[in-house]
Design a protein around this ligand. Sequence first.
Ligand SMILES: Nc1ncnc2c1ncn2[C@@H]1O[C@H](COP(=O)(O)OP(=O)(O)OP(=O)(O)O)[C@@H](O)[C@H]1O
Length: 261
Amino acid sequence: MIAFKQVQKQYPNGFSALKNVDLQIQQGEYVAIIGLSGAGKSTLLRCINRMHEITGGTLLVDEVDINTLKGKSVRQFRRNIGMIFQSFNLVTRISVIKNVLVSFVPEMPFWRKLLGIFTEQQKKQALMALDRVGILDKAYVRVDQLSGGQQQRVALARTLAQNPKIILADEPVASLDPVTAHQVMDDFRRINKELNMTVIMNIHHVELALEYANRVIGIRAGEIVYDGAAKDVTEAVLQQIYNGQVEEGSSVVDVRQAVTN
Ligand SMILES: Nc1ncnc2c1ncn2[C@@H]1O[C@H](COP(=O)(O)OP(=O)(O)OP(=O)(O)O)[C@@H](O)[C@H]1O
């Protein structure tokens, strides 16, 4: 379980990006975080794996106060949390499988890292992860020969191979076309259901958020202004989250349809 208790994040320039956030996310939930640009979505996500340090309150992950972790224990803690970015973060000049195998690097002995030698078990795990996201046939293809959607699936496979308990996804479908975005969202849903991994996703596409996530957290100017079931998100809730200006490209009519379908 992830628990935010009165969490604050103030950046060094004095800007308060999170203001007394209280939140609990149980293992296996699929949560979408929505809100205007600059509302604090990335900050909230990045505090969970300590890419950003909180400056007030307490953040517990599986009952561990993550601010107390140091050095090696931070690295061990991060092994349980996968991160997916909008830009995929892959090495495009090498093969798909090598990109997935990279997920094993932190726990490899130095000489193996140097030689890039992976065990049969690691290769098997990497291939299984690729199979789970439907791109096993691309294992030995160079990443720069894949489409955007396929590259995001490689990134997802790399995270899966690490066998995390939690996946944080920061705008994972923002640079994909609508059809591919749905495919990638389907992958997340399958992984969430089959492997009981918690998925917490920042997403600008409200319709996708409502269609796929079970729970929606709406954030405005660093404060949580909605936290509830995706099916209960109404036009009024959206106006509240988006400060009376529903996001460009996401008509309220579309949103309503997604909710009622
Ligand atoms: N390093 C930083 N120093 C100062 N302010 C920052 C820093 N990083 C982010 N901010 C500010 O904190 C606020 C929240 O930023 P954040 O990136 O979390 O928003 P977001 O909701 O994820 O936005 P977007 O949807 O555009 O990615 C913004 O006003 C931003 O300008």
